[in-house]
Design a protein around this ligand. Sequence first.
Ligand code: ATP
Ligand code: MG
Length: 419
Amino acid sequence: MTNTPGYMIVSWQMKMVISMQTSPFKEAKPILKRLAEHGHQAYFVGGCVRDMLLDRAIGDVDIATSAKPVEVQQIFEKVIPVGIEHGTVIVRHQHESYEVTTFRLEGTYSDNRHPDQVEFIQTIEQDLQRRDFTMNALAMDIDGNIIDPFNGKQDLKYKRICTVGKAAERFQEDPLRMIRAVRFVSQLGFSIEPVTQANMIKFQQQIKGLAVERITTEIAKMFAGKFIQQGIDCLRSTGIYRQLPVMEKYPGILSLLPPSIRPLHSFAEVIALFHIVKPAITIDTWVKHWKCSNKQKQEAVQLVNAWLHYQSLGLDQWLVYRLDRNYFSGFVRLGKNLKNPFAISIDDLERKRKSLPITSLKELAVNGNDIIQLFPNRQKGSWIKRYLSILERKVVYGTLKNNKNELKEWIIWNPPETN
Ligand code: ATP
Ligand code: MG
């Protein structure tokens, strides 16, 4: 594509026309229409407009409106009041959820989570003013007209991340915006406008006061970005990594990451990678400091175990037996980061899994009771579980057949150890 202004304008208009006729905007249009019928202004806003202009896949379609949350609740049948006090409700339409947020101004974020108070306002331009970056301060009306008071389109064209208004003020108001800037570098491959960047360096210490969960969400998105290497370079060049949990104590940690790192789709994959390149930092430490869920921890543990198993024994039955199928793609992503070339594909894992005689302990043809019956004189205890896992392993590897009689026969000839 050439950069002649005329061509770009036509191209953007074309995109709008096409986008408005295709989902997901097309599917969301009835919501704007309905709000308009009730006398309210309504626009598509933020990331969805940005991504449409960039020809990127559109995630959530967010809507901004002059209607107050109670009015939105009255207009639509299915509404979930997720954040009424901040002006946001979710409208369900044809099995999809749309965040509908009333035009608002924000105060400061003294709890570092939510703005202290919000004030509902009447114009989209004012609403766009509270948004973080010019490229995110874009709105689109039902006819595909773009509202762009801060030259967001121009910044998109030059691949520039620039705050709306004075960077110093905007970063102090909500320091998360500095991390969001790094996240967008990684997702979009953009660079940060020099004044914005200088203020990220200047005000980075304020990141320490943020609620960790907010940081985790953004950093997880950062590691999933297509331009992750640029994102990491940006964490390093701004020094922002020094404000992040765990990394603050291990300043050299980013240089342990693979030189041509590839995107990771979950934060558990990120933790697994960091733990593998720096085993001294336990998974527990990462989980605790980044306030991850138990599920994320289990995912990281499984990925690390699978990787360690792969390193010593390669891809075998036990690996695919122990690794939850949902994490197969994560394992491949991890592998591609840790070994070059890494030839294992999801298909390889699936194929191996299909050939397994059992996929869980429940499918083993004998259980604890069978073993107790075979050794009635032995006191019950943890040996039963240990013995079952020996059987489980042998069945998974195909050394023993998963057949009750055959297993019993083997058990009689190979009795469990007494302690
Ligand atoms: P994604 O595609 O990842 O969802 P997004 O730009 O939609 O990207 P969200 O976190 O969903 O990002 O936020 C939606 C919009 O809300 C942004 O585009 C931006 O306009 C505004 N926004 C979000 N967080 C902030 C913030 N901390 N400060 C100011 N504006 C924000
Ligand atoms: Mg979004």
